[in-house]
Design a protein around this ligand. Structure first.
Ligand code: NDP
Length: 278
């Protein structure tokens, strides 16, 4: 007899359960970047390479921009493709205004309208005030600030009409670190740009946020001589989580900002620095 009764249904419980299941389903769908086109500048190495790998693993078709490291960019593309992902390598010096238009054109032609732009390409050159020269200034500002603005401007002409996400890779140095006045200034400018563009582009449903990493072990940081230095030890000492970061620590934070899991976040600067605030 029991089996002949219809299953007991409680209207309130069922409605809650169906809402929960739809939330869970949306959650799974949101963190996926399937069908999105992403451009990551400076992605042949370091933080940019980890970001490209992570976005591709979540389903985005990724353009891996590089300036000089062709072999490294092509190796990364091959790695993404052999894992079942979609990627292309595109050479462009983002500090050269003339090469930005062709970069965007190649991405759009080969992959489609851009829905995720990660402005990662950047240089860091430390030095005391006595070492500041116009060359030192322009090397960093022309890439870290002007290159970012012009890349964003060009990408916006071909952005997904549905909107999307721009993630700027800033630094905890935006707060100002000693013997790095110019580099700190580039990242401080970048944080202002993030807020300004979030206001300007919100009506187009384009969110703009930045990730501000602490020291991350990359090829660039090795080349700068930071690894194994007293500077690294000092940072580890000041970092609540007790270590410097790895590129993947930044990549997953960027993937969050790229996805609609962060759909209500715009104009934010998130410190990915193990709790360290410079
Ligand atoms: P790396 O020096 O390890 O890698 C730099 C990447 O940028 C390379 O792929 C390089 O490509 C590319 N690149 C350099 N110049 C240009 C250019 N003119 N046009 C296009 N691409 C270019 O850097 P990181 O991974 O350490 O740093 C990446 C970003 O993260 C930078 O914006 C940096 O300021 C920021 N950051 C880094 C931190 C760290 O501790 N590592 C901490 C906080 C912020 P190629 O070799 O082909 O030239």
């Amino acid at each position: 007899m029991m089996g002949t009764y219809p299953a007991f249904r409680h209207p309130t419980f069922d409605s809650r359960r169906s809402k929960l299941s739809s939330l869970q389903n949306n959650g799974a769908a949101n963190s996926s970047l399937q069908g999105k086109v992403a451009l990551v500048t400076g992605a042949s190495k370091g933080i940019g390479a980890a970001i490209a790998r992570e976005l591709a693993a979540r389903g985005a078709a990724v353009a891996v921009n590089y300036s000089g490291s062709k072999a490294a960019a092509e190796k990364l593309v091959a790695e993404i493709q052999s894992a079942g992902g979609k990627a292309i390598a595109v050479q462009a010096n983002v500090a050269d205004p003339d090469s930005i238009g062709p970069l965007i054109q190649t991405v759009v032609t080969k992959l489609g309208p851009i829905g995720i732009l990660v402005n990662n390409a950047g240089v860091y050159e430390f030095g005391p005030i006595e070492a500041v020269t116009p060359e030192h200034f322009h090397k960093q500002f022309d890439l870290n600030v002007l290159g970012l603005l012009l890349t964003t401007q060009a990408a916006l002409k071909h952005f997904d009409p549905a909107g999307g996400s721009i993630v700027n890779i800033s630094s905890v140095a935006a707060g100002g670190i000693g013997s790095a006045s110019v580099y700190s200034a580039t990242k401080g400018a970048l944080d202002s740009i993030t807020v300004a563009l979030s206001k300007e582009l919100g009506p187009r449903q384009i969110r703009v946020n930045s990730i501000n990493p602490g020291m991350i072990e990359t090829e660039g940081v090795h080349a700068a001589g930071f690894i194994g230095s007293d500077f690294q030890k000092q940072i580890e000492h000041e970092t609540p989580l007790g270590r410097i970061g790895q590129p993947q620590d930044v990549a997953t934070a960027v993937a969050f900002l790229a996805s609609t899991d962060s759909g209500w976040l715009s104009g934010q600067t998130i410190h990915a620095a193990g709790g360290n605030r410079v």
